[in-house]
Design a protein around this ligand. Structure first.
Ligand code: ATP
Length: 254
């Protein structure tokens, strides 16, 4: 009898296959993404960089089910987003994806605790006390739970947004310029938190950024140029990222 061993098949957290996105029609057509294929393993931190207009936001929107590609497929785990109707996508985004934006998007009339647990309430799910405690401890806000967002600093508000993104145990967290509105020191704390979320909590994070220092916190950086993948850098450093960006046509980043 022959024995065969198979490598375990691990579904990636996110997979894009031949994704293209065209805006407009006729002479006004813009090819924002051209045949992009990529896989993100679970528990990894990936930064997306590229010159202005290279397609970073379009990539994030297609990957997170905020927009549908013109052609190609997108999978979040085993769910094919590119086949879903808007109502299904709304549920998937709420229950399986965490979002962190530059403008924290907290509800001003809700406390920190109510903001963090809002996605669960919207989904009609119970709050898992153990996870809530872990998330609140991780983001360092245990003594601020009953405050309103307006009583917090920008960095603290972004940490509330990160806690809210984690509370559903999403398949992936998508961050769009999460440190864009923060000073250097506060930005570093938020980036260290995202790093911790990946290394110690096993989350998968995809972050769009213009900042080579922010991107250097990731495991790898994916570069876009003119809507196409233009390389990947593992174990990135700010200097190597800036050099690559200059090569792609973005002047003087550091
Ligand atoms: N809704 C839209 N309608 C038409 N064209 C669009 C739309 N959204 C984006 N584009 C175009 O698609 C291309 C890619 O845009 P995208 O916003 O994805 O780039 P980006 O890399 O995120 O840019 P930036 O760094 O400046 O934010 C650009 O040429 C942009 O003008």
């Amino acid at each position: 009898m022959s024995t065969q061993t198979f490598a375990p098949v691990v579904t990636p957290a996110l997979r894009l296959a031949g994704v293209s996105k065209v805006y407009g029609s006729g002479d006004g057509q813009v090819h924002a993404l051209r045949n992009v294929s990529i896989e993100l393993r679970r528990g990894t931190f990936t930064a997306v960089m590229g010159p202005s207009g290279s397609g970073k936001s379009t990539f994030l929107h297609c990957a997170a089910g905020l927009d549908q590609p013109t052609s190609g497929q997108v999978w979040l785990g085993d769910a094919e987003l590119s086949k879903m109707k808007e109502t299904q996508l709304t549920v998937l985004r709420r229950e399986r994806i965490g979002f962190v934006f530059q403008a924290y998007n907290l509800l001003s009339s809700l406390t920190v605790l109510q903001n963090i647990t809002l996605p669960l309430r919207l989904a009609g799910k119970r709050v898992d006390r153990g996870l809530l405690d872990q998330v609140v401890r991780s983001v360092g806000l245990a003594d601020r739970m009953n405050r309103l967002p307006s009583e917090l600093s920008g960095g603290q508000q972004q940490r509330v947004a990160i806690a809210r993104a984690l509370i559903t145990r999403p398949d992936a967290v998508f961050a769009d310029e999460p440190t864009g509105a923060l000073d250097t020191r506060t930005a570093r704390q938020v980036l260290e938190l995202l790093r911790h979320v990946v290394t110690d909590m096993g989350q998968t994070v995809l972050m769009v950024t213009h900042d080579p220092v922010a991107a250097s916190y990731a495991d790898s950086v994916v570069f876009l140029a003119d809507g196409q993948l233009a390389g990947e850098m593992r174990r990135p450093t700010p200097e190597r990222i800036a050099a690559q960006m200059t090569h792609l046509g973005e002047p003087d980043l550091v």
